[in-house]
Design a protein around this ligand. Structure first.
Ligand SMILES: [Zn+2]
Length: 252
């Protein structure tokens, strides 16, 4: 078996303390006045929390919302019900970040997976440290962004857990239809004409749709869960994106 190690170096984050279970969100949550809150305190996880996370009767997005609602103790400076609805309205990158750090705090930093190379069929050990996964942090998070794409002026927001829940079943059947639904949710105004409905988004040019998808990808805060791997035996590409289950299943 060959070994692959993740070598990215992460920087310490100001105000964050894993020992004190105090985490700084890469994006943050906004209150009604538009102020951003990024400091979240989380409690120690139990088996009951783990069961919520792995409840297969629900979709991924819903499971994560229910799980995070249990894990989040408080958000500094924010007076709100920290329920599953609150967690659903958090940005995807913030949700991933909390999952990542909770995994690191409560199950350890090291992740070990055994993969099989699709090309040469050899087994490959993948070893990495959660703390070394790169995290993109927003310097100046905003509730909405004004961007110019394919000669259109868009006002949009970044996707949340609720957006993921709205498209995750659809995305399996037809990713383009899922994009249509997602864009109709995220775009709040186009060229001063208000929010587009799904029919309007279907009529957009492919250039606009692809540029919007690229913009969202390029500006998404949170951990980069894409592992760039090559098979140590045959050099075939084995890159993949980490999923939820890989975070929380203890390494054996
Ligand atoms: Zn191989």
């Amino acid at each position: 078996m060959g070994m692959i190690e993740n070598l990215t170096v992460a920087e310490p984050v100001q105000g964050e303390s894993l020992a004190e279970r105090r985490l700084m969100l890469p994006a943050g949550v906004f209150d009604a006045a538009g102020r951003v809150h990024r400091c979240v305190r989380v409690r120690e996880l139990t088996g009951a929390d783990e069961e919520v996370l792995f409840e297969r009767a629900y979709g991924n997005a819903y499971r994560v919302s229910a799980f995070l609602a249990r894990a989040i103790e408080s958000v500094d400076g924010l007076d709100a019900d920290l329920d599953a609805g609150f967690a659903a309205n958090m940005q995807l990158g913030d949700r991933d970040y909390l999952l990542l750090r909770l995994r690191q705090m409560d199950l350890g930093d090291a992740i070990h997976q055994i993969m099989r190379c699709a090309a040469c069929l050899e087994k490959v050990d993948v070893d990495l440290l959660v703390s070394e996964l790169p995290v993109r942090r927003m310097a100046e998070p905003q509730p909405t962004y004004r961007v110019q794409l394919a000669e259109n002026e868009l006002l949009l927001r970044l996707p949340t857990g609720a957006d993921q829940a709205a498209i995750e079943t659809l995305a399996l059947a037809n990713p383009a239809t899922a994009n249509t639904r997602l864009f109709a949710r995220l775009v709040l105004d186009i060229n001063g004409q208000g929010a587009p409905d799904e029919a309007a988004v279907q009529a957009w040019s492919l250039a606009l749709r692809s540029q919007l998808a690229a913009w969202l990808e390029a500006h998404a805060p949170g951990p980069d869960l894409f592992l760039d791997l090559a098979c140590p035996h045959c050099r075939a590409d084995m890159s993949y994106a980490f999923d939820l289950d890989a975070f929380f299943l203890p390494s054996v």
